[in-house]
Each structure stands twice: as C-alpha cells, then as structure tokens.
Design a protein around this ligand. Sequence first.
Ligand code: ARG
Length: 396
Amino acid sequence: MSVSNDLYPNASAPLERKESGVPHVRKGLKVESYNDFDPLKHVIVGIADNQYIPEACPASNEKIPADSPMRGGKAGRRTQESIDQANECLNGFAKLLEGRGIIVDRPGAVDWNARVTTPDFSISSGFGVMPPRDCLLTMGKSILMAPMSFRSRYFEYLAFTDLLREYFESDQECLIEQAPRPRLSDDSFRMDYVAAYEFLSDEETMARSCRKEYSTRETDILFDAADVMRLGKDIFVQHGLTTNLAGIRWIKRKYEPQGYRVHTLSFKDNHPIHIDATFCPLRPGLMLLNPHRPLFDGQREIFEKNDWQIVEAAQPAWDTPPPLCYSSTWLSMNTLILDHKTVCVEATETAQMEQFDKLGFNVLPVNLRDAYAFGGGLHCATADVLREGTCEDYFA
Ligand code: ARG
C-alpha cells in the first residue's frame, strides 16, 4: 500500500503495526460469544480512517442502485470531512460502551491508496475498516475471517490481524481462523447479469432474487460474516448476494461437527446482503423482522414451533439513506444489544426507540448516521469478542 500522491493528497501512511515483535499479551482477555444479546463485555468498533469508494466490481454492482453516484465514476477517497464526522460518531459510540465497562478495541488503519491486484483481478482500491461485522465471525471461542465477495474487501482482514494475534496469545483457548480464500475472478460472477443489472426494473431484480439468482456464482466459497446470525446451537445463514450455497455448505461442514445446527434463510429482498437489517434477534424468544423483507415460505416455522415471537420493526425515521451510503434506511433496525434489557439505537430513529421501549428495553441513543455511508449501522460497526453466557439450545 503506497502513501499519498497527487490524486489522493489526503492519503496517509500505510498500516502501522502497533508494535513490532512478539504480540502484546493482555491478562484476563477472553474470546467467547454465542449470540447477539447476552451481556457484552468486549467488542471491536470500526474506524472510518482512509476509507475509499472503490470502482464498481461484479459483486458490488448488484447492490448499488442504478441511479446512485456510487456506481462507477465516483471512485476515490472519501472526503476528509466525512471521514472525520464518521470517526466522531464511532469514537462517541466506543466511549459510551467503555463508560458501561465494556472493553473496546479498534482495528488498525489500512491505507487503501493503491490498486488491489491479484492474479485474478485488479480494482482501483480497497474499501476500509468499517464495518468489522462483515469480516469477522465470532463462533464460540474462535474468530473466523470470512471469504468476502467484494473484490475491494479482499484484503480487509489485514486491519484485524495484529488484534487477532493479541487475542490468540492472550487467551489460550482462542483460535483464529481463515475461511478458504476465494479467487473472485470473472468466473466467480455471472458477468451477463452484472452487465444487464443496470437496466433491470425493480420487479425484475426482485423476481431474480426470489428465484435466488444473484450476481455471484457457485465457483468460489463465499460468505460475509454479517450474513450469519448466531443463536446458540443454531446458526442461521442468509443466502443472497454476499453468501452463496457453497459458502453455506462450508459453514455447515465446519461447524456442525462442533455441535451447531446450520440453517439457511432467504428473504424477499431485492438486494439480500447481510442479515442484520433484515432479521435480528433481540433476546431469547424475540426476533425483529424487516416488514419489507418477509421470510420465504416455511422459514418462520422453526421460530414459531419453539415459541419465539417475531415482531415487525418500526418504520425508519428517514426516507432516504445518507449520501454515498451502500445500505438502505432499514439501518434503523441495526442495533447493538448490550444485554437482554439494554439496546443501543441510532439517535434519530425515534419510532424504533419507542418500539424497543415498549418491548421492555432500556434504550441508549447513539449518533451514528454520519457513519452509515462507511458500511452500516450499530451492529455492522462492531464485532463481538466476549459476551457472558453459554451456548444455549433455543430450538430443541
Ligand atoms: N443490506 C442492508 C440494508 O441495506 C444493510 C446491512 C448492513 N449490514 C452490515 N453488516 N454491513 O438494509
């Protein structure tokens, strides 16, 4: 990764290692988490430094609305002003968590001011170090780096390697793992779909999505960690744009011998990418569902049979996402749960806060909207390191 040049005068230095030599050992550090709602004790919060808008790639094209300036043309470093504003939000969020006794770690700042090139592809730049939820999958005492489908995110794990080394050295039971690296060559994608995508109507993209035809093919093993919803012994994985069936088979083959049960979920969603603004566990027995993204037939059964209640999320406060944002307004339901009674919600999302209040939660408002464009909301912006509690069987 190179340093600043005329094109990107604001670019800063490449990734600096916190310290060289033997990784720091932190006494008492523990990695363990089995769900998104048990008492949170240690978490990673993303940073906005050096984030780039990469040129469109076959996987990202399908995600970005045709009329969005993010499609093609607009590649380059985000403005320093927007980076500073996003960092202000993320730092405020980290401070709030620390104020509640939660340990907060931040990733290293990679500068993506160089083409990302492998023998199979080349793209204008990397993406950033926000949101960590997409890259890191905490499964019990292990953290897995996911095989992501966006070319610009191919090397994103580099921002976390030093931190993960520390966890590995500090907790003798912790395992750091890497899923098989995908190739992401043109063969990994349906290039005809990618070429046609821009001209398809919403009805057509929805029809294709309902037929489970996405721009990704089955050539590589692909999944983003944010497509995986952990509920103790049961793991629910969204099949969609960022996770293919080979990815789900890999998750099954890896974790089922460890006692987990892996289920596939699909939603009626034009752009199914990451499950955490679509279907979110709130506490044992309670799920929040995006009212615009119903589950496929038959997929509610496992929840209903086990007396889980599925409630529809409140309407977002905003009609549109902020400028240069990849996500929809439904980041309103993308919250961070600190324990069975406490939830962090974006501060402008009044209806969502009220709904949580009625559901018996103590709501902590957090300003995060200015960081949305960097990859998502409060859940996306974090990755679990430690939650109290054990691996429960909620779906006997
Ligand atoms: N696909 C979601 C939406 O646009 C955004 C999910 C973002 N989640 C994440 N982990 N980055 O509604």
